[in-house]
Write a protein that binds this ligand. Sequence first.
Ligand code: ATP
Ligand code: MG
Length: 611
Amino acid sequence: MEPAKNFITEMIDEHIASGKWGEPGDSSVVHTRFPPEPNGYLHIGHAKSICLNFSLAQSYGGACNLRFDDTNPVKEEDEYVRSIVQDIRWLGFVWNKGCPDDPMAGVLFASDYFQQLHDWAVELIEKGHAYVDDQTPDEIRAARGTLTEPGTPSPYRDRTAAENLDLFEKMVKGEFADGTRVLRAKIDMASSNMNLRDPVMYRVLHAEHHRTGDAWCVYPMYDWAHGLEDSIEGITNSLCTLEFENHRPLYDWFIDAINQGRGSGSQWGEPIHQPQQTEFARLSLTYSVMSKRKLIQLVDEGHVDGWDDPRMTTISGLRRRGYTPEAIRAFSIDVGVTKFNAMIDMARLENACRDHLNKVAHRRMAVLNPLKVTITNWSEGGDESRTEWMKAVNNPEDEGAGKRRVPFTRELFIECDDFMEDAPRKFFRLKPGGEVRLRYAYWITCNEVVRDDAGEVIELLCTYDPQTRGGNAPPPPPATVDNPEPKARKVKGTIHWVSAEHGIEASVKLFDRLFVNERPDRKPKKAGPDWSFLQNINPDSLSVIDDAILEPAFAGVGETECQAAAAGDRFQFERLGYFCVDADSPSGDTGKLMFNRTVSLRDSWAKKSGS
Ligand code: ATP
Ligand code: MG
């Protein structure tokens, strides 16, 4: 997949031309990475970064690493590692040396560099660029100063290298309690860039790490570790979101400090690699939250049904809802790479999904809210149980998708909404005395309405016109003296239907947006201290239909010429939208197929059918 040209590709092209990373003109030197922290599931914002990093590497013939930034043992879990690996593979990307059969092959972990990071920290201490501070975290914070005032140097700032080395090794050996000592870089407490005011490199933390166990009692801070992880892996382009722009001078400072005094014959060895960091705008989407803390809250407090709830804009939620990897990749190209943070309309994500499903999803008929129709003249041929198998096109966008067969019988179901008693003139679906086309079948006329004791309409008695088979217009009636040029009858409406005898029951979930508000996490000006984004949750974001009726093709039975639908399969229910078979389908309780509505249709087919 060729990514669109943008300021990042322009920069890379220049670097290739000038030979910044290797021989001039050698594009295979482009080396990117996606560095997730395994402390949550991936969301659509991560997908933007994944698509950017992996497709850049692909298009230049370079490589992209998947590296877990697992430097914080407290919030990290193996479950997250597994889900992230699964999601990236599902999106269609393979990392450097990734192997199709083993999902974990070639996956890198920052924790594998703990020893190297430690050794470099020792080097900075020896060079006088780092010191152990005994202040508490609160004292350190208070002494940092503000944007307008310089910070106050720590009373421990001028310890000797020997004393710092001794104290740091004691930190490493676990001789100090959590929060009692940190290792800090000795940079500039008066810097206008707050990130350079002696940032913390290591903290004492007696915590079990998901990979290194209890081997370490100190853990590196993100800012110390991140740029060096990229350096270790030979990453040429460290792409990150805009908020890291003013961390870049710090990352460069760390590398310069390590490289100081390095070179041939130096006791420190050769200089280390310096990646090029470039920042781009993060993705923000209307009607959704993207912060992991908030996503975790939605899951933990039961506001949704887990990380893969189809209402969540996590990759796993979108997958369960029926989104395709192609749609997500197309969306990430569509939103582009820029330097300005902007809100992207959720409708663009939905459109990308429609565009792809329109090309690949097979069409089927399903009735969500059934109303019985009896064709009273069906048995005039003699046989009440007569079934006619009608040919139906699987996908008008794809000839290769072929046809299926749909049974037409005396008793049918149509959508309740497709019938109206006191219909306005422009209602072109079924009404008393009116005629409508049943898709792929016959034209029917409604002659009588049957009600229950409460007066509710429960059945329509209709007749069909045998001359309209396949949905075609009947020939005009014979000419008469009064009407020498008779015209054929016309119908304006076409509706979907399912045979009552052959239909299968299913449950269907319809989703509305998870939040009622375009920017659910923006606190209103007048909101009190108790305000939470949870107040913007849409109480009606989920509706469940337990007794939808589907055409039998979904079960792959009889003469349908179809395979049974399986979990993950995606369809267009004609006139209703795109639907996906849920991951847990069929239901363990009822044995019924379960569907999620991925996205509704555009209105075009509704217009065509006169609805
Ligand atoms: P948090 O929610 O705690 O801020 P995070 O979203 O930054 O975490 P990481 O695991 O650090 O989570 O993200 C991995 C990568 O994904 C980072 O390189 C980050 O730049 C990128 N990323 C995260 N959110 C977005 C977003 N909304 N748009 C684009 N890229 C993103
Ligand atoms: Mg992050």
